[in-house]
Design a binder for this molecule. Structure first.
Ligand code: SF4
Ligand code: SF4
Length: 380
């Protein structure tokens, strides 16, 4: 059995959040179990793109501050770090509030940029390219936020660690894995299994629903904090909390296929001061699934392009900043005076990178006519 702890937390009141996180961590063994005096700790929040704490794109500074205080009290050396494909790192860290947190505590906030190739001969991917900083630290503490994700459906403990693939190398991996979301999910799961954070503390107070994980998503209070050591188990609990369709939760399905982590509720020892039944929400809004799930496996490669949802621009919201055009790994986006952004859907791999980086929330996954008809016929 793997233990996951959950608590209700209705606000970002700093002292309340600190107490709640301390209790959560105590119930899975206490901070002393994970952090030794003098050891080097990497705190890995979600710093996907520029957004204020109220937009729920990034891990809330009060949650990060609480964990930082606990870790520093243990006498550990702390580095905070993440890596975004968005080159506007300074804006990301200042808008998120994490720059101020780090300055207050005298802790470096690193834009992880150096790459280390990790050989994985026995896995699907023969090597993983991860931030070199991982080699310099003794402990990783994962600080994800609960958000919907237009490509992989839901992002939390497992997907947050994809941020340890450095900057634009993420785009190369999207290109390598192509339109097959199962393969991309395998990559994410293998990275999580390689990094194996000692501790994960989830910011689920203000989560994100709808067309996440960037500015097109909608903040939604879930009023909870979650802690555990097994990322897959934590994500399974989160899926339960938001009523996720497990067939569409690609990283969960991949972990089950690969038998990595704990993926079933009956093997999770769920503890805490509140029952999950009390915190469950029934009307959480998920993005339009980008993939093709129910279709026979043999037909998927041929019909994916026609049946999968595709990124669509809302011209009235687009400010023509060209961030999406620059980040698109397949270079299939171009600008147009009327439609603003034009996409070559034959070459588009539905990676959702454009949706992630759009600062205006002008892009979202939408099903085309063929996909809608297929839905009605029950084959997607
Ligand atoms: S258009 Fe968007 S979804 Fe398609 S390949 Fe480019 S970034 Fe990915
Ligand atoms: S769709 Fe978004 S990212 Fe792309 S140009 Fe318009 S505002 Fe910028």
């Amino acid at each position: 059995m793997t233990r996951v702890a959950i608590t209700q937390c209705d606000s970002y009141e700093p002292e309340v959040v600190l107490q709640k996180i301390q209790k959560l961590v105590d119930s899975i063994g206490g901070i002393d179990k994970f952090v030794r005096p003098g050891c080097k700790v990497l705190l890995k929040p979600n710093l996907l793109s520029a957004g204020t704490p109220e937009q729920a794109i990034t891990t809330h500074p009060v949650v990060v501050d609480a964990v930082l205080r606990m870790v520093k009290q243990r006498g550990a050396q702390v580095i905070m770090g993440d890596s975004s494909v968005d080159s506007n790192w300074k804006t990301i860290i200042s808008k998120s509030g994490l720059q101020a947190v780090c300055e207050r505590h005298g802790v470096p906030l690193k834009n992880l940029s150096l790459v280390n190739s990790v050989p994985k001969p026995s896995n699907t991917f023969k090597n993983l390219e991860l931030a070199e900083t991982l080699d310099e630290v003794d402990v990783v503490i994962n600080l994800p936020k609960i958000k919907t994700h237009s490509q992989v459906y839901l992002t939390c403990a497992v997907k947050n660690l994809y941020g340890l693939v450095v900057g634009k190398r993420k785009l190369n991996w999207h290109l390598k894995t192509g339109i097959n979301h199962d393969i991309f999910a395998d990559l994410i799961v293998e990275i999580a299994d390689q990094v194996k954070p000692a501790l994960t503390i989830v910011d689920g107070i203000l989560a994100m629903e709808g067309d996440g994980p960037g500015a097109a998503g909608t903040p939604r209070y879930l009023n909870c904090l979650i802690a555990g050591t097994d990322c897959m188990a934590i994500d399974r609990v989160v899926a339960e909390l938001v009523g996720a369709d497990l067939r569409l939760f690609y990283t969960h399905q991949s972990a089950r296929r690969k038998n990595i982590g704990t993926n079933s509720l009956d093997r999770i020892d769920l503890v805490g001061d509140v029952s999950i039944e009390k915190l469950k929400v029934k009307d959480f809004h998920f993005p339009t699934p980008a993939g093709v799930i129910m279709m026979p496996e043999v037909l998927r490669p041929y019909l994916r392009h026609y049946l999968t949802a595709k990124p669509v621009v809302e011209p009235s919201k687009c400010i023509l900043c060209r961030k999406c055009v620059e980040q698109c790994p397949t270079k299939v986006m171009s600008t147009d005076p009327v439609a603003k952004i034009v996409i070559n859907y034959t070459e588009c791999i539905r990676c959702a990178c454009c949706i992630e980086v759009c600062p205006e929330g002008a892009l979202a996954m939408k099903k085309g006519v063929v996909g809608k008809i297929a839905d009605l016929a029950g084959i997607t």
